[in-house]
Design a protein around this ligand. Structure first.
Ligand code: TMP
Length: 224
């Protein structure tokens, strides 16, 4: 059986990556591929617990302020579990694994946003994830202003409709998001073969078309 393919989606909150990932999954399934999807943090029982601690803005009322290095470590605990439970089994059984965020998010948010620096994140990635890298990363980088507007609107809606609160990150300052944006730019410049940025504010359909074309050029040819 041939090895599968590992694709991650990255970008600021509100960049549209989740919508694009879902649509790509539907398209690839229609083409006959086996597809597994996952989001980080989350996607395993342990990961879902970690997600609710890290994203709920009320967490710090009971737990106290979460130290940046603790936040980083929890992101990697989630990731190590997802690799063991979902990612490696999917890739080893020939599926296309589509992951909504991965280590680039830790480098951008904890390394850049929380100012822990890239080297700490990358060494944690070697230790916790055995340095497992995606084959392809689609980085959605519409303008910072557009992303922030969408993220804040989405979160208000989420809180009103479902009563859940995933605001801990969205409460951060514009400077925090500016540092994340810059770090994503740095990662794309450092790894141009793996990380493909899509920078403009084109429509959802137009961006999806570009993503499908890109993925089609990268997927290994089916074994006859
Ligand atoms: P999302 O599922 O809506 O993308 O939200 C996940 C949030 O968690 C988002 O604000 C980014 C943040 N995050 C990190 O700070 N570091 C990480 O390693 C990951 C995976 C997510």
């Amino acid at each position: 059986m041939s090895r599968g393919y590992f694709i991650t989606f990255e970008g600021l909150d509100g960049s549209g990556k989740t919508t694009q990932l879902r649509r790509l999954a539907t398209h690839l399934e229609a083409e006959g591929h086996k597809v597994v999807t996952l989001r980080q943090p989350g996607g395993t029982a342990l990961g879902d617990r970690i997600r609710s601690i890290l994203l709920d803005s009320k967490s710090e009322a009971t737990l106290g302020p979460i130290a940046p290095a603790a936040e980083m470590s929890l992101m990697f605990a989630d990731r190590a579990q997802a690799i063991a439970e979902v990612i490696l089994p999917a890739i080893n059984s020939g599926s296309i694994l589509l992951c909504d965020r991965y280590t680039d998010s830790s480098e951008a948010y904890q390394g850049g946003g929380r100012q822990l620096g890239s080297e700490r994140i990358l060494s944690m990635h070697r230790a916790a994830c055995d340095n497992l890298q995606p084959d392809l990363t689609i980085l959605l980088l519409p303008s910072l202003e557009a992303s922030l507007r969408r993220a804040r609107r989405r979160n208000r809606r989420h809180t009103q409709q479902q009563g859940t609160d995933e605001n801990r990150f969205e409460r951060e300052s514009d400077d925090f998001y500016r540092r994340i944006y810059q770090k994503y730019e740095e990662i794309a410049a450092r790894e141009p073969h793996r990380v493909i940025p899509i920078r403009d504010d084109a429509s959802i359909d137009q961006i999806q078309t570009r993503i499908r074309e890109l993925v089609a050029t990268r997927l290994p040819a089916p074994v006859a």
